[in-house]
Design a protein around this ligand. Structure first.
Ligand SMILES: [Zn+2]
Length: 102
């Protein structure tokens, strides 16, 4: 009797467990970025100049508000991202780039 009860409950439990992941599988929002274009570092290919004296080209690596854009947005390689950050900060100190914009 107790055995029957046990099997009954486990079966029910298994059913519920197997059903829930199937329901959850299609996440709200759907699959994101099936094909993503690999970004290349603009500095590596020589398309962007990173120089604290050249504020206009540095502006490409900052947001409208003056924040330095992260690597995942710009695609800059680690080495050049460090360079960009340093040059932007230098340009800020010389008032060529804003720390923040109102
Ligand atoms: Zn690079």
């Amino acid at each position: 009797m107790s055995d029957e009860m046990k099997t009954d409950t486990t079966e029910a439990g298994e059913d519920r467990r197997s059903a829930s992941p199937r329901d959850r599988a299609p996440m709200p929002g759907g699959p994101r970025r099936k094909f993503y274009r690999r970004k290349v570092c603009k500095v590596c290919i020589g398309k962007a100049k990173v120089d604290y004296k050249d504020a206009d080209s540095l502006r490409r690596f900052t947001t409208e508000r003056g924040k330095i854009l992260p690597r995942r947005i710009t695609g800059t390689c680690a080495k050049h991202q460090r360079l960009v950050a340093r040059e932007v900060k230098r340009a800020r100190a010389l008032a060529l780039l804003p720390f923040v914009t109102q």
